[in-house]
Design a protein around this ligand. Structure first.
Ligand code: URA
Length: 448
C-alpha cells in the first residue's frame, strides 16, 4: 500500500493489513516515508486507535527495526522483566531485580531516564560512584548471566523506529495516545528477548495515566501486544496518588531501595515490590502466589537478595560497600530543612506530580535533555495520606544545596498537600491485576 493509502485507511477507520504497518515502520526508519506523512499517520492513530492485530504488527515492526538482544548463553533461562509507566519515588526496579533474581529467573532489565516529573531508574543508579548503565550487548549478557540481572539503558541499535516516531509524536501532539504509548514501551521491552513481563501501570495524581480507566486500558493494550508477540505478560495497576515510600530523589531513593532488601523501610514500598515480584515468579516458575511470596520473603530473610544486589553493583562498576555506607559512595546534599504543618486535620490529598516537580527544582530533574542531574538533593515524605496532622507535625524534609531553590521547592510542597478536618483512608495500593487469561483477574481497590 502507498503511504497515503495507509493514512487514509486509518483516517476512515478501515483495518490495515500487517504488511502495510510493517512497510510504514520500515519506511519511516529508512527515510522513505517523509515526516509529514508519518505525522499524519500518527494523528490518525491518535483519533482512531488501533485494533489488536494492527498493534501487534506495528509493535513487531518497531521491535525488528533494529538489533535485538539474543543472549545465547541465557537461552535456557527464563527471562522475566518488569516495566513501570513511571511515578514519584518509584525505585522499585532497584529492589525488585535482585529480589526476583535471588529466586531463580534472570532479569535483563532495560530501563530509562527521568521523564517530566517522574524519576528514572538509570539516573538513580548513577548516584553511585562508578556505576555504568551504558553496557555493550556483551557486557549486559555477561552481567545477567553472572549475577542474575543487569540494569542498563537502551543502546542506539535497539528499536530505532521508536526513536524516530517518538520524536515526531513529541512535536505533533500525539504522545498521549494509548496504542502509540503501548507499542513504544513494548517494542523496547521485548527487544531484550523476554519470556515474561510484568507491567506496573501507575494511576493517580503522580502518574501519566491520571484515571484508573486509562491505566486499565493501557495495561490491557500492552498485554495484547506482549501476548501477541509470544511474551507472557501480566499487569498490575498501582496507585500513584502519593509518592511511593518516603524518598524522592536519587541517592536517598537508593538508600531506601537497599533498606527494603533487608526487609526494612516503608511498608507501601515493600508491598508494591512484593506484589510485582509475586507476578514475576508466577510467570517464571509457575508457582502459586503464596509460594512465590514465601520465596521472596526467604530471599530477603536469608540475605540472598541483598547479596545479589552487592554482586550487581560490583559487576556494573560500583563499590558494593555503598549498601553499608551509602553516603561514602553517593553524594549527599549539604543542607536539610524540615517543613512542618501549621494546621491540624488529616492528610486528604497529594498532588503527587508536584512533589516530583519540587525535587526537579532542587536539581533532581532535567529542564532540558542535556541538563545534569544532582543526585544529592531530594525530599523525604514524612506524612502520608490518612495521617493525623497537628501544627508542628513534620510533613517533608528537603535536602538541598541552594537556598533559593529550596524555597521554591518548599512553596510547591506546601501546595502539594490538602489537609482537611475529615479523616480519610490511605488508598489501596494494588488497584487491579490483569492477565490474558482473565480480562481482569481481580480489582481489589477499583472502587476507591
Ligand atoms: N514511555 C515510552 O517509552 N513511550 C511512550 O510513548 C511513553 C512513555
Amino acid at each position: 500500500m502507498r503511504t497515503v493509502d495507509i493514512i487514509e485507511a486509518k483516517r476512515d477507520n478501515r483495518p490495515l493489513p500487517p504488511e502495510a504497518l510493517t512497510d510504514f515502520v520500515n519506511g519511516v526508519v529508512a527515510g522513505r516515508v517523509p515526516d509529514y506523512q508519518a505525522a499524519a499517520f500518527l494523528m490518525a492513530v491518535y483519533f482512531r486507535g488501533m485494533h489488536t492485530e494492527e498493534l501487534v504488527a506495528y509493535a513487531k515492526a518497531m521491535l525488528y527495526s533494529g538489533a535485538t538482544l539474543s543472549m545465547p548463553s541465557l537461552k535456557d533461562r527464563y527471562k522475566v522483566d518488569k516495566h513501570s509507566t513511571g511515578g514519584v519515588g518509584d525505585k522499585v526496579s532497584i529492589t525488585l531485580a535482585p529480589l526476583v533474581a535471588a529466586c531463580g529467573p534472570v532479569i535483563p532489565m532495560i530501563s530509562g531516564r527521568g521523564l517530566g516529573h517522574t524519576g528514572g531508574t538509570l539516573d538513580k543508579i548513577e548516584a553511585i560512584e562508578g556505576m555504568n548503565v551504558e553496557l555493550s550487548a556483551e557486557d549486559f549478557e555477561r552481567c545477567v548471566s553472572d549475577v542474575g540481572y543487569a540494569i542498563a539503558g537502551q543502546t542506539a541499535e535497539l528499536v530505532p523506529a521508536d526513536k524516530k516516531l517518538y520524536a515526531l509524536r513529541d512535536v505533533t501532539g500525539t504522545v498521549p495516545s494509548i496504542p502509540l504509548i503501548a507499542a513504544s514501551i513494548m517494542s523496547k521491552k521485548l527487544a531484550a528477548g523476554l519470556d515474561g513481563l510484568v507491567l506496573d501501570v501507575k494511576t493517580g495524581s503522580g502518574a501519566f495515566m491520571k484515571s484508573f480507566d486509562d491505566a486499565a486500558t493501557l495495561a490491557q493494550t500492552m498485554i495484547a501486544i506482549g501476548e501477541g508477540m509470544g511474551c507472557r505478560t501480566r499487569a498490575c495497576v498501582t496507585s500513584m496518588e502519593q509518592p511511593l515510600g518516603r524518598a524522592v530523589g536519587h541517592s536517598n531513593e537508593m538508600v531506601e531501595a537497599f533498606a527494603a532488601l533487608r526487609g526494612e523501610g516503608p511498608k507501601d514500598y515493600l508491598e508494591v515490590c512484593m506484589a510485582l515480584g509475586v507476578e514475576m515468579l508466577q510467570l517464571a516458575l509457575g508457582v502459586s502466589a503464596d509460594a512465590a511470596r514465601a520465596s521472596l520473603r526467604a530471599a530477603i530473610d536469608s540475605g540472598r537478595a541483598l547479596e545479589h544486589c552487592r554482586r550487581w553493583i560490583e559487576a556494573q562498576g560500583g563499590n558494593p560497600r555503598v549498601i553499608d555506607e551509602p553516603y561514602k559512595y553517593m553524594p549527599r546534599a549539604p543542607h536539610e530543612r524540615m517543613l512542618e504543618a501549621t494546621v491540624s486535620g488529616y492528610l486528604n490529598a497529594f498532588d503527587c506530580a508536584e512533589v516530583g516537580r519540587a525535587c526537579g527544582i532542587l536539581g533532581g530533574g532535567r529542564a532540558t535533555a542535556s541538563d545534569k542531574i544532582d543526585h544529592a538533593v531530594g525530599i523525604e515524605v514524612l506524612a502520608k495520606l490518612g495521617d493525623r496532622i497537628d501544627p508542628g507535625t513534620p510533613l517533608f524534609s528537603i535536602a538541598y544545596r541552594d537556598e533559593d531553590k529550596a524555597k521554591q521547592a518548599e512553596a510547591l510542597l506546601r501546595q502539594a498537600i490538602i489537609i482537611k478536618d475529615s479523616p480519610c483512608q490511605a488508598p489501596s495500593l494494588l488497584r487491579a491485576q490483569f492477565s490474558k487469561a482473565s480480562e481482569e483477574a481481580s480489582s481489589p481497590g477499583k472502587s476507591q
